[in-house]
Design a protein around this ligand. Structure first.
Ligand SMILES: [Zn+2]
Length: 76
């Protein structure tokens, strides 16, 4: 899978729902909008899959399992 990462633009107060392994991806929400947040190597924040909880959660789980395979060689 591939996701389109865009510069993170806060639209409200950020709340953290879940942090993935190594905090590589953070499942966040601002009022009723969920999204996945990541930090780039130069310290910027990017977001993807802004939408419902189900959409953002599915993307976050995908990204986390990919991270675990790539970074920790965890079989899934
Ligand atoms: Zn990790």
């Amino acid at each position: 899978m591939s996701y389109i990462w865009e510069p993170h633009t806060p639209r409200g107060l950020r709340c953290v729902a879940e942090a993935s392994c190594c905090e590589a991806f953070i499942l966040c929400f601002e009022s009723a909008e969920f999204y996945v947040l990541r930090r780039t190597e130069d310290g910027k924040e990017e977001e993807t899959v802004r939408g419902t909880y189900e959409q953002a959660l599915a993307a976050w789980q995908n990204l986390d399992s990919h991270h675990q395979r790539e970074t920790h060689q965890v079989a899934s």
